[in-house]
Design a protein. Structure first.
Length: 357
Protein backbone atom coordinates (compact mmCIF):
# COMPACT_ATOMS: atom_id res chain seq x y z
CA UNK A 1 0.00 0.00 0.00
CA UNK A 2 2.71 2.48 1.01
CA UNK A 3 4.84 1.55 -2.01
CA UNK A 4 1.92 2.20 -4.35
CA UNK A 5 1.21 5.57 -2.73
CA UNK A 6 4.86 6.55 -3.05
CA UNK A 7 4.88 5.47 -6.71
CA UNK A 8 1.84 7.63 -7.41
CA UNK A 9 3.33 10.50 -5.35
CA UNK A 10 0.37 10.45 -2.98
CA UNK A 11 0.38 11.13 0.78
CA UNK A 12 1.15 8.04 2.86
CA UNK A 13 -2.12 7.15 4.59
CA UNK A 14 -4.42 4.25 5.44
CA UNK A 15 -6.49 3.13 2.44
CA UNK A 16 -9.64 2.59 4.57
CA UNK A 17 -10.04 -0.99 3.35
CA UNK A 18 -11.52 -2.14 6.65
CA UNK A 19 -13.22 1.14 7.59
CA UNK A 20 -16.80 -0.10 7.09
CA UNK A 21 -16.26 -3.81 7.68
CA UNK A 22 -17.77 -5.63 10.63
CA UNK A 23 -15.94 -7.90 13.05
CA UNK A 24 -17.22 -11.01 11.28
CA UNK A 25 -15.30 -9.99 8.14
CA UNK A 26 -11.96 -9.94 9.93
CA UNK A 27 -9.53 -12.73 8.91
CA UNK A 28 -8.81 -15.32 11.57
CA UNK A 29 -5.41 -15.75 13.18
CA UNK A 30 -4.39 -12.12 12.74
CA UNK A 31 -4.19 -9.74 15.67
CA UNK A 32 -5.88 -6.51 14.61
CA UNK A 33 -4.96 -2.91 15.25
CA UNK A 34 -7.63 -0.57 16.54
CA UNK A 35 -8.13 2.63 14.54
CA UNK A 36 -10.19 5.75 15.05
CA UNK A 37 -12.87 6.15 12.41
CA UNK A 38 -12.31 9.81 11.62
CA UNK A 39 -14.96 11.89 9.84
CA UNK A 40 -14.61 12.24 6.08
CA UNK A 41 -16.70 15.40 5.86
CA UNK A 42 -16.49 18.86 7.33
CA UNK A 43 -13.45 20.41 8.94
CA UNK A 44 -11.67 20.62 12.26
CA UNK A 45 -10.90 24.09 13.60
CA UNK A 46 -7.96 24.78 15.91
CA UNK A 47 -7.99 28.12 17.74
CA UNK A 48 -4.34 28.35 18.68
CA UNK A 49 -3.20 31.05 21.12
CA UNK A 50 -0.11 31.78 19.03
CA UNK A 51 -0.80 30.59 15.48
CA UNK A 52 -4.39 31.85 15.40
CA UNK A 53 -7.31 30.00 13.83
CA UNK A 54 -6.30 27.10 11.60
CA UNK A 55 -8.70 24.90 9.66
CA UNK A 56 -8.14 21.49 8.11
CA UNK A 57 -10.52 19.38 6.03
CA UNK A 58 -11.36 16.19 7.90
CA UNK A 59 -10.75 14.04 4.83
CA UNK A 60 -7.06 15.03 5.07
CA UNK A 61 -6.67 12.96 8.25
CA UNK A 62 -6.74 9.20 7.88
CA UNK A 63 -8.07 6.60 10.32
CA UNK A 64 -5.16 6.69 12.75
CA UNK A 65 -4.03 3.67 14.80
CA UNK A 66 -4.91 3.92 18.50
CA UNK A 67 -3.95 0.41 19.67
CA UNK A 68 -1.22 -1.60 17.95
CA UNK A 69 -1.64 -5.29 17.16
CA UNK A 70 0.41 -6.17 20.26
CA UNK A 71 -2.06 -4.29 22.45
CA UNK A 72 0.11 -1.25 23.20
CA UNK A 73 -1.29 2.27 22.74
CA UNK A 74 0.19 4.71 20.24
CA UNK A 75 1.62 8.10 21.13
CA UNK A 76 -1.50 9.88 19.87
CA UNK A 77 -3.82 8.01 22.22
CA UNK A 78 -1.37 7.98 25.13
CA UNK A 79 -0.79 11.74 25.15
CA UNK A 80 -4.52 12.47 25.02
CA UNK A 81 -5.31 10.10 27.91
CA UNK A 82 -2.33 11.31 29.94
CA UNK A 83 -3.28 14.98 29.54
CA UNK A 84 -6.88 14.19 30.49
CA UNK A 85 -5.92 12.19 33.57
CA UNK A 86 -3.50 14.94 34.66
CA UNK A 87 -6.15 17.62 34.26
CA UNK A 88 -4.16 19.49 31.62
CA UNK A 89 -6.19 22.38 30.22
CA UNK A 90 -3.47 24.19 28.24
CA UNK A 91 -0.92 22.53 25.96
CA UNK A 92 2.12 24.66 25.05
CA UNK A 93 4.63 23.07 22.67
CA UNK A 94 6.59 23.76 19.50
CA UNK A 95 4.98 24.21 16.10
CA UNK A 96 6.28 20.90 14.72
CA UNK A 97 3.44 19.33 16.75
CA UNK A 98 0.80 21.45 15.06
CA UNK A 99 -0.56 18.68 12.83
CA UNK A 100 -0.74 16.38 15.85
CA UNK A 101 -3.22 18.78 17.45
CA UNK A 102 -5.88 17.99 14.84
CA UNK A 103 -5.49 14.25 15.34
CA UNK A 104 -5.60 14.61 19.10
CA UNK A 105 -8.70 16.81 18.92
CA UNK A 106 -10.47 14.07 16.97
CA UNK A 107 -9.58 11.51 19.63
CA UNK A 108 -10.76 13.89 22.37
CA UNK A 109 -14.05 14.49 20.56
CA UNK A 110 -14.58 10.74 20.17
CA UNK A 111 -14.08 10.32 23.93
CA UNK A 112 -16.43 13.26 24.62
CA UNK A 113 -13.79 15.08 26.68
CA UNK A 114 -13.06 18.80 26.86
CA UNK A 115 -10.49 19.99 24.33
CA UNK A 116 -7.59 21.85 25.98
CA UNK A 117 -6.32 25.21 24.80
CA UNK A 118 -3.37 24.84 22.42
CA UNK A 119 -0.41 27.16 21.90
CA UNK A 120 2.23 26.16 19.35
CA UNK A 121 5.48 28.10 19.75
CA UNK A 122 7.89 28.76 16.87
CA UNK A 123 10.91 26.52 16.44
CA UNK A 124 14.46 27.75 16.99
CA UNK A 125 16.52 27.11 13.86
CA UNK A 126 20.22 27.19 13.12
CA UNK A 127 21.89 30.18 11.48
CA UNK A 128 21.41 28.40 8.14
CA UNK A 129 17.68 27.95 8.79
CA UNK A 130 17.87 24.24 9.62
CA UNK A 131 16.50 22.46 12.67
CA UNK A 132 18.96 22.78 15.54
CA UNK A 133 21.22 19.80 16.15
CA UNK A 134 24.59 19.05 17.74
CA UNK A 135 26.22 19.78 14.38
CA UNK A 136 24.85 23.31 13.93
CA UNK A 137 24.70 24.99 17.31
CA UNK A 138 22.44 23.04 19.67
CA UNK A 139 23.66 23.27 23.26
CA UNK A 140 22.46 21.55 26.40
CA UNK A 141 21.83 23.55 29.58
CA UNK A 142 24.94 22.06 31.18
CA UNK A 143 27.01 23.06 28.13
CA UNK A 144 25.84 26.67 28.34
CA UNK A 145 26.91 26.67 31.98
CA UNK A 146 30.33 25.28 31.07
CA UNK A 147 30.71 27.97 28.39
CA UNK A 148 30.18 30.69 30.97
CA UNK A 149 26.64 31.84 30.25
CA UNK A 150 24.56 33.21 33.11
CA UNK A 151 21.11 31.60 33.52
CA UNK A 152 19.32 34.97 33.39
CA UNK A 153 21.10 35.77 30.11
CA UNK A 154 20.05 32.49 28.53
CA UNK A 155 16.46 32.95 29.70
CA UNK A 156 16.38 36.49 28.36
CA UNK A 157 17.79 35.42 24.99
CA UNK A 158 15.35 32.53 24.56
CA UNK A 159 12.42 34.70 25.59
CA UNK A 160 13.46 37.35 23.11
CA UNK A 161 13.54 34.79 20.29
CA UNK A 162 9.88 33.91 20.63
CA UNK A 163 8.16 36.80 22.38
CA UNK A 164 7.21 40.11 20.82
CA UNK A 165 8.12 42.90 23.23
CA UNK A 166 8.13 46.53 22.17
CA UNK A 167 10.36 47.96 24.88
CA UNK A 168 14.08 47.30 25.19
CA UNK A 169 16.39 45.18 23.05
CA UNK A 170 17.29 42.97 26.03
CA UNK A 171 14.48 41.40 28.02
CA UNK A 172 14.73 41.57 31.80
CA UNK A 173 13.27 38.22 32.82
CA UNK A 174 11.81 39.58 36.06
CA UNK A 175 10.12 42.45 34.24
CA UNK A 176 8.83 39.98 31.66
CA UNK A 177 7.00 38.08 34.39
CA UNK A 178 4.75 41.11 34.82
CA UNK A 179 3.80 41.55 31.17
CA UNK A 180 4.31 38.19 29.44
CA UNK A 181 1.35 36.76 27.57
CA UNK A 182 1.66 33.64 25.44
CA UNK A 183 -0.61 35.33 22.88
CA UNK A 184 2.21 37.81 22.18
CA UNK A 185 4.62 35.11 21.04
CA UNK A 186 5.69 35.30 17.41
CA UNK A 187 4.52 32.75 14.86
CA UNK A 188 7.60 32.42 12.68
CA UNK A 189 10.70 30.36 13.54
CA UNK A 190 13.69 32.22 14.96
CA UNK A 191 17.36 31.64 14.16
CA UNK A 192 19.84 30.92 16.94
CA UNK A 193 22.45 33.69 16.92
CA UNK A 194 25.47 33.05 19.15
CA UNK A 195 26.69 36.65 18.71
CA UNK A 196 23.39 37.96 20.08
CA UNK A 197 23.58 35.54 23.01
CA UNK A 198 27.13 36.73 23.77
CA UNK A 199 25.95 40.34 23.66
CA UNK A 200 23.12 39.64 26.10
CA UNK A 201 25.37 37.59 28.36
CA UNK A 202 27.87 40.44 28.52
CA UNK A 203 25.06 42.80 29.48
CA UNK A 204 23.96 40.60 32.38
CA UNK A 205 27.55 40.07 33.53
CA UNK A 206 27.97 43.84 33.76
CA UNK A 207 24.76 44.04 35.80
CA UNK A 208 25.61 41.11 38.07
CA UNK A 209 26.64 41.47 41.70
CA UNK A 210 30.44 41.53 42.08
CA UNK A 211 30.48 39.05 44.95
CA UNK A 212 28.37 36.59 42.97
CA UNK A 213 30.65 36.87 39.93
CA UNK A 214 33.74 36.29 42.06
CA UNK A 215 32.19 33.12 43.48
CA UNK A 216 31.26 31.89 40.00
CA UNK A 217 34.72 32.32 38.51
CA UNK A 218 36.71 31.12 41.52
CA UNK A 219 36.51 27.42 40.45
CA UNK A 220 37.54 28.41 36.91
CA UNK A 221 40.60 30.24 38.21
CA UNK A 222 41.49 27.29 40.43
CA UNK A 223 41.25 24.87 37.49
CA UNK A 224 43.50 27.10 35.39
CA UNK A 225 46.16 28.06 37.95
CA UNK A 226 45.94 25.00 40.17
CA UNK A 227 45.43 27.12 43.27
CA UNK A 228 43.33 29.89 44.75
CA UNK A 229 44.29 31.64 47.97
CA UNK A 230 41.14 32.39 49.95
CA UNK A 231 42.67 35.55 51.41
CA UNK A 232 42.57 37.00 47.88
CA UNK A 233 38.80 36.59 47.63
CA UNK A 234 38.14 40.19 48.69
CA UNK A 235 40.70 41.43 46.18
CA UNK A 236 38.93 39.45 43.47
CA UNK A 237 35.58 40.95 44.44
CA UNK A 238 37.02 44.48 44.37
CA UNK A 239 38.35 43.91 40.84
CA UNK A 240 35.05 42.71 39.37
CA UNK A 241 33.69 46.16 38.53
CA UNK A 242 36.71 46.70 36.27
CA UNK A 243 36.97 43.25 34.71
CA UNK A 244 33.30 42.59 34.01
CA UNK A 245 33.07 45.59 31.68
CA UNK A 246 35.24 43.69 29.18
CA UNK A 247 33.79 40.16 29.46
CA UNK A 248 31.19 38.38 27.34
CA UNK A 249 31.18 35.23 29.47
CA UNK A 250 32.48 33.87 32.76
CA UNK A 251 35.40 32.09 31.10
CA UNK A 252 36.71 35.37 29.70
CA UNK A 253 36.15 37.00 33.08
CA UNK A 254 38.10 34.27 34.86
CA UNK A 255 41.02 34.50 32.42
CA UNK A 256 41.21 38.27 32.86
CA UNK A 257 41.05 37.93 36.65
CA UNK A 258 43.90 35.43 36.95
CA UNK A 259 46.62 38.06 37.21
CA UNK A 260 44.79 39.68 40.14
CA UNK A 261 45.12 36.60 42.37
CA UNK A 262 48.21 35.02 40.83
CA UNK A 263 51.19 34.20 43.06
CA UNK A 264 54.39 36.14 42.52
CA UNK A 265 56.35 36.13 40.35
CA UNK A 266 53.46 36.20 37.89
CA UNK A 267 53.56 34.66 34.43
CA UNK A 268 54.68 37.13 31.75
CA UNK A 269 53.78 36.78 28.08
CA UNK A 270 56.59 36.90 25.51
CA UNK A 271 55.37 40.22 24.14
CA UNK A 272 55.20 41.72 27.64
CA UNK A 273 58.63 40.36 28.49
CA UNK A 274 60.06 42.28 25.53
CA UNK A 275 58.40 45.50 26.71
CA UNK A 276 59.76 44.98 30.23
CA UNK A 277 63.31 44.28 29.03
CA UNK A 278 63.38 47.61 27.21
CA UNK A 279 62.05 49.62 30.16
CA UNK A 280 64.21 48.63 33.13
CA UNK A 281 65.33 52.17 33.97
CA UNK A 282 61.78 53.50 33.74
CA UNK A 283 60.52 50.78 36.09
CA UNK A 284 63.01 51.93 38.72
CA UNK A 285 61.74 55.48 38.32
CA UNK A 286 58.13 54.28 38.66
CA UNK A 287 58.92 52.68 42.02
CA UNK A 288 60.50 55.92 43.26
CA UNK A 289 57.49 57.88 42.04
CA UNK A 290 54.82 55.79 43.77
CA UNK A 291 56.63 54.84 46.99
CA UNK A 292 55.89 58.16 48.75
CA UNK A 293 52.14 58.00 48.03
CA UNK A 294 50.25 57.83 51.33
CA UNK A 295 46.72 57.44 49.99
CA UNK A 296 47.26 55.00 47.12
CA UNK A 297 44.18 55.80 45.04
CA UNK A 298 43.56 56.47 41.35
CA UNK A 299 44.00 60.24 41.49
CA UNK A 300 47.22 60.16 43.51
CA UNK A 301 48.70 57.40 41.34
CA UNK A 302 47.85 59.34 38.18
CA UNK A 303 49.34 62.53 39.64
CA UNK A 304 52.60 60.77 40.60
CA UNK A 305 52.99 59.19 37.15
CA UNK A 306 52.22 62.47 35.38
CA UNK A 307 54.82 64.21 37.52
CA UNK A 308 57.33 61.50 36.57
CA UNK A 309 56.50 61.97 32.89
CA UNK A 310 56.96 65.72 33.17
CA UNK A 311 60.30 65.51 35.03
CA UNK A 312 61.82 62.85 32.78
CA UNK A 313 60.45 64.12 29.48
CA UNK A 314 58.60 60.86 28.86
CA UNK A 315 55.26 60.01 27.25
CA UNK A 316 52.36 58.15 28.87
CA UNK A 317 52.67 55.67 25.98
CA UNK A 318 56.11 54.75 27.31
CA UNK A 319 54.97 54.15 30.88
CA UNK A 320 51.40 52.78 30.87
CA UNK A 321 52.13 49.71 28.66
CA UNK A 322 55.26 49.03 30.71
CA UNK A 323 53.42 49.10 34.04
CA UNK A 324 50.61 47.02 32.52
CA UNK A 325 53.04 44.38 31.28
CA UNK A 326 54.74 44.24 34.68
CA UNK A 327 51.60 44.17 36.81
CA UNK A 328 49.32 41.97 34.65
CA UNK A 329 51.82 40.02 32.56
CA UNK A 330 49.99 40.90 29.36
CA UNK A 331 49.49 43.72 26.89
CA UNK A 332 45.87 44.32 27.83
CA UNK A 333 44.10 44.97 31.11
CA UNK A 334 41.52 47.31 32.61
CA UNK A 335 42.73 50.91 33.14
CA UNK A 336 46.10 50.37 34.79
CA UNK A 337 45.84 53.11 37.43
CA UNK A 338 42.54 51.58 38.60
CA UNK A 339 44.20 48.16 38.74
CA UNK A 340 47.06 49.60 40.79
CA UNK A 341 44.63 51.15 43.27
CA UNK A 342 42.79 47.85 43.79
CA UNK A 343 45.93 45.75 44.20
CA UNK A 344 47.62 48.16 46.59
CA UNK A 345 51.01 49.83 46.71
CA UNK A 346 52.96 46.98 48.30
CA UNK A 347 51.82 44.38 45.75
CA UNK A 348 52.45 46.71 42.81
CA UNK A 349 55.98 47.56 43.96
CA UNK A 350 56.78 43.89 44.55
CA UNK A 351 55.55 42.93 41.08
CA UNK A 352 57.67 45.65 39.51
CA UNK A 353 60.71 44.60 41.55
CA UNK A 354 60.20 40.99 40.40
CA UNK A 355 60.81 42.13 36.81
CA UNK A 356 63.82 44.38 37.39
CA UNK A 357 67.05 42.64 36.50
Amino acid sequence: MKEEQRRLNKPIRYNEKWRDKCEADAPSGIKPTIRLKTPNEGETILKDLIQGEIRIANDQIDDMVLIRSDGTPTYMLSVVVDDHDMGVNTVIRTSDHLTNAFRQMMIINALNWDIPTYAHMPLILSKEGEKLSKDNGLMTISETRELGYLPEALLSYLLGLGWHHESEDIVDIYEAFKSFDVKDMVKSPAKFDIAKLNHINGYFIRKADDKRLAELIKPLIFNSLGFFEEEKQELLIKSMHLLKKRSKNLIELAVMAEFIVEERPIMISNASRKIISQGQDILRLVIKAIEPIQNFDYDNIKEAIQELISKQGLQIEQIAPLIRATVSGSESSPPIFSVMEIMGKDEIIKRIEDQIC
